[in-house]
Design a protein around this ligand. Structure first.
Ligand SMILES: [Zn+2]
Length: 331
């Protein structure tokens, strides 16, 4: 296979590592990053498929630690009540995106369904909701939603019959997948012809990604294993028989906070301090005083409008921090 990118000096290339997505052996190191646990990684860009991926691949121990209960939230919900209510608003928006393309009754699968609240909105509108979530506090919450068909674990080849689903959704999931190609192959089989795949993910070609590099919030090492730009992902999806329907580069939920937390990451020794505190993980921020945390919260509240405006501008130039893509299965 010939690399897609040919303008690299040979000395810049790594030839002893394989791409997480295509297993190609030519890649280029971009920059270094450090996880919340203090583990160091390099982000490499594959010269075959354009995928950016963490090196070294996070170990099982690092992944287990990254997905402990502090990730999912230790109480009844992941975030405090007022944040969950705001998130419910965004979950309803996503449900409306599905309703725009697929009319009820229809089978919808949400991979990485979290607490299942997005699917609950669809079930209430006469859709059949199927969810997949790793064993976790979130899966426990989803299992209590009436009418939700939940599988706890990974999506496997024989979980569902061919052409069973009208829509499959993956909201900020693809970047977590250790075997993304296998998952996309299965989705290609279980979706009906003309069915839709809807996915949101960090945009590695975004303005904020390029500005903040290793300190970018949405890099989120070691949980995020791989990243795509829109064009590279669209090309990959074509190989599975999907055409791109639309791309939205604006997210009020993800993009302003992506910039705000990244700025704080540049100012503080540890990354994601405010984000962890908002999740109730105060022990992660134990070396930061109450005054420091208060100032970070004030920074978040007082500058939100400004960064929301900047997010509109970055999305107009297709450089939004995250992207929501809708694909249709052609064959
Ligand atoms: Zn690759």
């Amino acid at each position: 296979m010939k690399p897609l990118i040919n303008d690299q000096k040979q000395s810049d290339l790594s030839t002893d590592v394989t791409c997480v997505y295509c297993h190609g052996v030519n890649s280029r190191p971009l920059y270094d990053t450090v996880s919340t646990a203090g583990d160091r990684f390099t982000l490499n860009k594959c010269l075959y498929c354009g995928c950016c991926f963490l090196l070294p691949n996070p170990t099982k121990q690092q992944l287990d630690a990254a997905y402990d209960d502090s990730y999912y939230g230790q109480s009844e919900s992941k975030f405090p009540g007022w944040i969950e209510r705001v998130l419910d608003h965004f979950r309803s928006q996503r449900a409306r995106t599905v309703m725009r393309y697929v009319k009820a009754p229809a089978n919808v699968l949400d991979i990485g369904c979290g607490n299942g609240r997005f699917l609950q909105g669809l079930i209430n509108k006469n859709y059949s909701g199927y969810g997949i979530e790793l064993p976790s506090k979130s899966a426990e919450r989803a299992s209590r939603i009436p009418g939700l068909n939940l599988k706890t674990g990974q999506l496997c080849e024989d979980d569902f019959g061919e052409h069973f689903f009208d829509a499959v959704t993956m909201w900020h999931v693809i970047e977590h997948l250790p075997e993304p190609r296998k998952t996309l192959q299965i989705i290609g089989k279980i979706l009906k012809q003309g069915g839709y795949l809807m996915a949101s993910l960090p945009n590695i070609d975004s303005f904020q990604s390029r500005l903040f590099r290793g300190r970018w919030l949405h890099l989120d090492p070691s949980r995020h294993l791989l990243f795509f730009g829109a064009l590279d992902l669209a090309k990959i999806m074509q190989t599975f028989g999907f055409e791109i329907v639309t791309i939205n580069y604006f997210s009020l939920e993800q993009n302003p906070f992506g910039m705000q937390q990244s700025i704080l990451n540049c100012m503080l020794r540890k990354r994601e301090v405010l984000f962890e505190v908002l999740k109730g993980n105060r022990s992660y921020a134990r070396e930061y005083s109450s005054v420091s945390i208060l100032l970070q919260k004030l920074f978040y509240i007082t500058t939100f409008s400004l960064f929301a405006l900047l997010s509109v501008i970055e999305s107009c130039s297709k450089k939004g921090g995250t992207m929501e893509m809708v694909f249709r299965k052609m064959k």
